[in-house]
Design a protein around this ligand. Structure first.
Ligand code: SF4
Ligand code: SF4
Ligand code: SF4
Length: 589
């Protein structure tokens, strides 16, 4: 079989595998749901993920050792990963091919020629590496996930493409419909990179891809390389429009740009004057990444040194941590979390309640597209028995917890449950507090034992609820000039009492527009002339030492829009600096 056919089969396989892994990343008992599928395999093969986390944390999370395979393969065979494996590259190649179809040979050569701007990706890589190597203290930053194609395509498929497909199908591919805050931005960026291929084939790979640049650096010393046989080559340029890397196979081949697509060798050069061999091309080789200038390198490293403090210029210093950054259970303390999170969206895809969202710029640039909890979207809060996100995170930015550890039972009883934040009642919006309307939803749904939300009972006279009694007949009290709303007071939460003797109240069990039926006979009220309708209010309070911040109360609170009970990051277990009271923070710091 021809090698380009084998390459195409490999590309389709890895693209399908990626989409499949994104689809199966959900809970259920079917064979196509999470059943030991290695859903992070392609992320683990990505050397930029491994090198990035290694440089920022000085540790290598076990699964990422697979990236060594990619590095070794690149050093032996060249950028096979780009040409044969990378699913993002496959998409670019396909759309680049589509874009070339209407062009004639000359136009194809023009669209596919090497451009000096291809050097940009090396500078992008240097900026990311500079941030990873930031020499002062522990402030190194991992931002390569913004442009690294493997997290990029995972993020896009997880949070934009699949939700859009689900919307079109009118059917969920997961346990529940998925929606992500800012998903349209991720979708727009994804499709922008795809459409760029109609202008220049493999636009992203050639100009923007930091992983391609990294592999290009390894490929320049690769054992095998594409080479032309100068004695036979007639300079027909048939190979030029076919070349995926725009690396001039007919001239001095730019070896670090070659994607090992083998189009030139197997598809274009009908006379087979190109070879894949150990000896370098007879036309010569450009070994260094093209046009990489010392000035550009220094400028990139300088930019990375500036970028670190710039990214942190968001006012979140000392005790002013962002209370809206409620992280998934098991997340490392914020600086270490940011040094590991590659913004791949795997945790957000797997979360069964869809409570995990990609953070927007309002949480700081550094945190962009990292997972935060938004309790108003999705089907509930963070489930007490779920530890899924930590088990799919490829870099252990979220630790893989056991359910026992998360709940603080068994051997973890002494350390207590993992807290991700604390719920606070907003008394200006809460129904019993602000509107004298009975509600105990948050207390009822609080999943911890004993409950972190408790209520204090109070009886309040409702507005315009004082009446003169006209007559009393058994359990029925007829009120003078009353026009009571039908059915309002027969819910079990309303009582009638003499105005000056409220403790003698009796529950209202039925009503008409001017009379009330009570649960008992009001004989003992004596000659009560004035009575009042009382409402029983069970006003919620939160016990911070018991609250784990799961947010189920916030999700279920019936006050629409901004909920009347909301979870913020205070008291989260991972960070002593988030202690509820500032005084406690400074003691612990
Ligand atoms: S532990 Fe909570 S945040 Fe993580 S996946 Fe489960 S429900 Fe979602
Ligand atoms: S925390 Fe989520 S987005 Fe970040 S690396 Fe882990 S799985 Fe990916
Ligand atoms: S659910 Fe909302 S409105 Fe109801 S008591 Fe709790 S905070 Fe108040």
């Amino acid at each position: 079989m021809r090698i380009v056919i084998v390459r195409r089969i490999s590309q389709v396989f890895f693209l399908a595998l990626l989409v499949w892994f994104c689809i199966v990343a959900n809970f259920g008992t079917e064979w196509w749901q999470l059943r030991g599928w290695p859903i992070n395999l392609i992320l683990q093969l990505d050397p930029l993920v491994a090198i990035g986390t290694l440089l920022t944390t000085h540790t290598l999370y076990a699964g990422l050792a697979w990236a060594l395979v990619t590095i070794i393969v690149t050093i032996i065979f060249g950028r096979i990963f780009c040409g044969w494996v990378c699913p993002f590259g496959t998409l670019h190649q396909f759309f680049g091919w589509l874009g070339q179809l209407p062009r004639n040979h000359k136009q194809k050569i023009e669209a596919n020629r090497f451009r000096r701007a291809q050097v940009i990706k090396y500078y992008i890589l240097l900026v990311f590496l500079g941030m990873m190597l930031w020499p002062w203290g522990r402030d190194r930053i991992l931002q390569s996930g913004l442009l690294d194609p493997i997290p990029f395509i995972h993020r896009s498929v997880n949070m934009a493409v699949l939700p859009a497909v689900e919307m079109l199908l009118g059917k969920s591919l997961s346990t529940a419909p998925r929606q992500y805050e800012g998903g349209w931005v991720l979708g727009a960026l994804f499709f922008a990179t795809i459409f760029a291929n109609f202008y220049i084939p493999r636009f992203y790979c050639r100009f923007l891809c930091p992983l391609g640049a990294l592999l290009g650096l390894f490929a320049r010393i690769s054992l095998f390389r594409i080479a032309k046989n100068a004695r036979k080559c007639t300079d027909c340029t048939l190979c030029e429009p076919a070349c995926e890397g725009a690396c001039d196979p007919a001239g001095s081949i730019r070896i670090s740009e070659c994607l090992m697509c083998f189009n030139c060798l197997d598809d274009a050069c009908t006379k087979k004057f190109l070879e894949y061999r150990i000896r370098e091309s007879d036309g010569g080789e450009v070994k260094l990444p093209p046009d990489l200038r010392r000035r550009g390198v220094l400028a990139s490293l300088g930019a990375s040194l500036l970028a670190v403090p710039m990214m942190r210029l968001n006012g979140s210093v000392h005790t002013n941590t962002n209370p809206l950054l409620v992280r998934p259970p098991g997340s490392l303390p914020e600086p270490e979390f940011l040094q590991r999170c590659i913004k791949c969206g795997e945790c957000m895809r797997v979360c069964p309640t869809n409570v995990l969202m990609p953070a927007g710029l309002d949480r700081g640039f550094e945190a962009l597209w990292t997972p935060v909890l938004n309790f108003r979207i999705g089907t509930s809060g963070c489930m007490p028995n779920c530890v899924a996100c930590g088990h799919v995170c490829p870099t252990a930015a979220i630790r893989p917890l056991t359910v026992e550890e998360k709940r603080g039972v068994g051997q973890y009883a002494e350390q207590g449950p993992i807290r991700i934040g604390t719920a606070f009642v907003d008394r200006s919006r809460c129904l019993p507090w602000a509107l004298d309307t009975p509600c105990i939803v948050c207390e009822e749904v609080c999943p911890v034992t004993p409950k972190a939300i408790f209520v204090r009972e109070e009886y309040q006279i409702i507005r315009e609820g004082v009446f003169h009694v006209e007559t009393i007949r058994g359990r029925e009290v007829i009120l003078k000039n009353a026009k009571l709303p039908v059915g309002r007071y027969a819910t079990g939460d309303y009582f009638l009492a003499p105005l000056d003797q409220r403790e003698a109240r009796l529950q209202i069990t039925n009503q008409t527009t001017n009379s009330l039926i009570l649960a008992g006979e009001p004989a003992q009220w004596g000659e009560a002339q004035r009575v009042a309708i009382l409402v029983r209010l069970q006003r919620p309070h939160v016990e911070p030492n018991l609250c784990i911040g799961c947010g189920i109360c916030e999700h279920d609170c019936p006050v629409s829009g901004l909920r009347a009970i909301r979870v913020t990051a205070e008291n989260e277990s991972r960070n002593p600096a988030s202690a509820l009271r500032l005084a406690e923070r400074s003691l612990k710091l």
